[in-house]
Write a protein that binds this ligand. Structure first.
Ligand code: 5GP
Length: 200
């Protein structure tokens, strides 16, 4: 049995790996930024991707931006915990930092899409899968078309994928509805750090 929490932080002695998935445009980045502000002890995985950086994205912070050759080499070296193709680009989770965080006692969080979540489920059955869902389909369409950073064909492709992702809801352990960023982040944090044994 776990001996309890790290004093004061509410973080469990035995950390857990949480996978957060949800359709493009649902607000994953905003919820994670809020969660990061509330709980700096959580390890947030930085993925590798072959996608071009969006304005404001920083290499090594939002993603490690790599070319296809580098990505393929990481796959062949077994350096990725999971990887997937999404809307024409490749994305993957570097395994070593996640393992190091868990070994050091920090809960770890991966923000990845459905195919990757399924791979983690198979590789690490103890991982917790959480879906971030929009309050409604109309709300999601509004958010995705309103972002204005992608061309219409990319938006259409992402909406199609979003439909499939939302249909997979029953494969997830938990669903957090993002009606409000602060409360969605608080709900997610409870799941990431787990119930505090004997806690408040
Ligand atoms: P975006 O291009 O909008 O940043 O991300 C597109 C999708 O890729 C999102 O659904 C995001 O969760 C997912 N994604 C980001 N990093 C990874 C990763 O390392 N692995 C997988 N499988 N998906 C990822």
């Amino acid at each position: 049995m776990s001996s309890g929490t790290t004093a004061g932080s509410g973080v469990r002695a035995r950390p857990r790996l949480t996978v957060l998935s949800g359709p493009s445009g649902v607000g994953k980045s905003s919820v994670l930024a809020e969660l990061r502000a509330q709980q700096p002890d959580v390890y947030f995985s930085v993925s590798v991707t072959t996608r071009e950086p969006r304005p404001g994205e920083v290499d090594g912070v939002h993603y490690h931006f790599v070319d296809r050759r580098t990505f393929q080499r990481m796959v062949e070296d077994g350096a990725l915990l999971e990887h997937a193709e999404f809307a024409g680009n490749r994305y993957g989770t570097p395994a070593a930092p996640v393992e190091a965080a868990l070994a050091a006692g920090r809960p770890a969080l991966l923000e990845i899409e459905l195919q990757g979540a399924r791979q983690v489920r198979l590789a690490m059955p103890e991982a917790q899968l959480v879906m971030l869902a929009p309050p409604s389909w109309e709300d999601l369409v509004g958010r995705l078309t309103g972002r204005g950073t992608e061309d219409p064909a990319v938006v259409a492709a992402r909406l199609e994928i979003a439909r499939e992702e939302l249909a997979a809801e029953e494969e997830f352990d938990e669903v957090v509805v993002n009606a409000d960023v602060r409360s969605a982040a608080a709900d997610l944090l409870t799941l990431v750090v787990g119930p505090v044994p004997g806690g408040r």
